[in-house]
Design a binder for this molecule. Structure first.
Ligand code: SF4
Ligand code: SF4
Length: 314
């Protein structure tokens, strides 16, 4: 697989470094560095002067850290490289708004697949040869965890004895988290993984994203905590819907579903059962509590108790 990277700014550099360090160094056949957003005009009328001169024949284009109109180089780079697969991750609410995403899609031919994961560590396989190959190493994190528990179902008093990254965030944070979780109590693992993500530090934005009602950095932390929960097979804190109190989505016009930042980034964290009552997936839920405030019937409450989760064998 031949990867050509379009990069800009601190975010771009961190991702390039992560991809080269933890996976596809020998697959990177070129990197084109664009000026940072501070050195570019807000509106670019003529994108042609920004198209790289030497564009190698490629399979996968990854555009990281390009902010605003400069992203319109993507269709031309795709055309000249012959690539059919593109990943353009979103790290900031204003970086690649929906209108700009649609403009890029409209310029691409029907045989090109482009994804805009928000953030990059939300990327999962989608049935595209090269994007899926990339997700063998990078995307929504997955860990394999061993503990010193003596029982088959992990004992809450046990500690992590080894942790391995199966798939990691392209910035490299998952490998940093894995290096630092040995010996941590299984009960504190989610919390500690979240701290380590912030210490790394995660380069996703802390600005509120109007499209999701949350920050992109928080969404990154939900993906990391989900990976820990799925590897351990349980969580100790989760919001649950009281079926008696839930009036169903028709009465509340999907209040919880429409406000959940995970659902708004394509993750099925809230869904409905056959009676039309909401159900929360404890694995992907980030416990942001937004749905709790949005439910007009007060039907959702946070419980601090062990809830088992099917282990991740994807
Ligand atoms: S607490 Fe509610 S809104 Fe937040 S992630 Fe969980 S289900 Fe979604
Ligand atoms: S939990 Fe509340 S917001 Fe969600 S479907 Fe039920 S009534 Fe609506």
């Amino acid at each position: 697989m031949k990867i050509f990277i379009l990069s800009s700014g601190e975010y771009g550099s961190k991702i390039v470094n992560g991809i080269a360090t933890h996976g596809f160094a020998s697959n990177i056949i070129g990197i084109h560095e664009f000026p940072s957003s501070d050195d570019l005009p807000e509106f670019i009328d003529d994108i042609s002067s920004y198209i790289p001169e030497n564009i190698p024949e490629s399979d996968l284009i990854i555009a990281v850290g390009l902010y605003g109109d400069i992203n319109m180089v993507i269709p031309e780079v795709v055309k000249k490289s012959g690539a059919k697969s593109v990943i353009a991750p979103i790290y900031h609410p204003k970086q690649l708004p929906l209108g700009l995403q649609n403009e890029i899609i409209n310029e691409l031919d029907d045989n090109t697949t482009i994804v805009f994961p928000k953030p990059f560590c939300g990327l999962t396989p989608i049935g595209d040869e090269f994007i899926d190959k990339f997700t063998e190493i990078f995307g929504r994190p997955r860990f394999e965890i061993e503990t010193d528990s003596e029982s088959e179902e992990i004992d809450l008093d046990s500690n992590i004895s080894s942790i391995k990254v199966i798939r990691g965030a392209p910035c490299g944070s998952s490998w940093f988290i894995a290096e630092n979780l040995n010996g941590v109590s299984v009960k504190d693992a989610e919390f500690e993984a979240n701290n380590k993500l912030h210490n790394f530090p995660c380069v996703a934005s802390m600005a509120t994203d109007n499209a999701t009602g949350d920050t992109i950095l928080h969404i990154a932390s939900y993906r990391t905590k989900e990976a820990i929960k799925r590897a351990l097979g349980f969580t100790c804190k989760v919001p649950m819907v009281d079926e008696e109190a839930c009036e169903g989505f028709e009465e509340c016009e999907n209040a919880c579903l429409n406000s959940c930042p995970n659902v708004l980034t394509g993750v099925e964290t809230i869904y409905y059962n056959d009676d039309g009552k909401a159900v929360i997936d404890p694995a992907s839920c980030g416990v942001c509590e937004i749905c709790i405030h949005e439910c007009p019937y007060g039907a959702i409450e946070v419980y601090e108790e062990r809830v088992n989760i099917k282990k991740d064998n994807e």
